[in-house]
Write a protein that binds this ligand. Structure first.
Ligand SMILES: CC(C)(COP(=O)(O)OP(=O)(O)OC[C@H]1O[C@@H](n2cnc3c(N)ncnc32)[C@H](O)[C@@H]1OP(=O)(O)O)[C@@H](O)C(=O)NCCC(=O)NCCS
Length: 279
């Protein structure tokens, strides 16, 4: 395989502007031991369909950014080897560039506080198909029947919603339609009949307050199984702010911004909704 140049790599990962310069600087010197270790951890997981991301206490984000950059061509090659199109591979890996841009909005600097999330993409079982991302995994132990061994747990598609403009029902329909063909085509031995979603967007409070929104229409596709506390998620995804400090300084321009803040003003707590749908 021809090695991917910096420009090719940044195109593949949709890394732009100042982030491209910072990333080029990271690649200018040979990888440190810690980067090689991070890459080895990703290599071990590639093709093993892990459910969880890599977690590391006190991780050095720069180490992980460099490791993600250096490891991405291996994942791209793995996708192509499975017969997956370069376009789907690139759309899936473009989340690296998007997360770098989001990090700048959250923290005002180059970095990647969501590096762990991107280690899922690097395992080769998370794909962006149209508007949505799908993560092919075995059903988590807590939602399977008690005592079911890992190997017997059924396959499911975890659904994720990347930030990329509106979430029109038509774009969601198209994405699910693509997933229904894609996964049986490339992973016929891992049949998934159910898609799951764990998101602040499935908190029933949202659909009650914004019944005509795209978010509510998306949430209504899923049967809600349970909710769990997630006090900061709605604020993070609406305002790209970590934590609940200085809420009075946040804008209240859109209906979502108002709903998110007013619930907290009223002493309420945002939840994660955990739902599923039949594919
Ligand atoms: C999910 C998402 C794509 C929905 O966008 P959308 O299709 O525009 O949403 P809706 O049409 O349902 O929006 C309803 C209202 O909320 C507003 N809104 C939606 N997302 C918003 C956001 N991230 N920030 C501020 N306002 C937002 C809309 O502008 C609209 O306001 P209006 O009624 O005043 O016109 C968008 O919120 C987003 O990109 N979120 C970040 C990614 C995310 O949350 N992923 C899930 C992680 S678990």
């Amino acid at each position: 395989m021809t090695p991917i140049t910096h420009t090719g790599l940044f195109e593949l990962l949709d890394i732009t502007g100042d982030d491209a310069e910072e990333c080029a600087a990271l690649l200018a010197t040979p990888p440190a031991e810690a980067v090689l270790r991070a890459m080895a951890t990703m290599e071990e997981r590639l093709g093993t369909f892990p459910l969880d991301s890599i977690q590391e206490d006190n991780a050095d984000e720069t180490v992980w950014i460099e490791a993600l950059l250096r490891f991405s061509p291996t994942v791209h090659a793995y996708h192509l080897q499975l017969g997956i199109s370069p376009e789907v591979s690139a759309a899936s890996l473009a989340d690296v560039g998007l997360q770098l841009r989001i990090n700048r909005r959250v923290h005002g600097r180059f970095g990647l506080d969501t590096w762990g999330w991107l280690t899922l993409h690097m395992a080769g079982n998370l794909f962006r198909l149209g508007r949505l991302q799908f993560h092919l995994v075995r059903r988590p132990a807590e939602t399977a029947q008690a005592g079911t061994p890992a190997a017997d747990r059924r396959w499911v598609l975890g659904v994720h919603i990347p930030e990329d403009g509106g979430l029109s029902p038509a774009s969601v329909d198209a994405s699910f339609a693509e997933a229904r063909l894609f996964f049986p085509g490339y992973f016929p031995d891992k049949p998934a009949a159910v898609a799951t979603c764990d998101s602040w967007m499935l908190d029933p409070y949202l659909a009650e307050r914004l019944p005509n929104s795209n978010i509510a229409s998306f949430a209504r596709r899923f049967t809600l199984d349970r909710c769990s506390d997630a006090p900061t998620d709605a604020v993070y995804f609406t305002f790209r702010q970590r934590g609940l400090q200085d809420l009075d300084k946040l804008p209240r321009e859109t209906s979502l911004q108002r709903v998110v803040l007013e619930r907290i003003d009223d002493g309420g707590t945002w939840h994660l909704g955990h739902g599923h749908l039949e594919l």
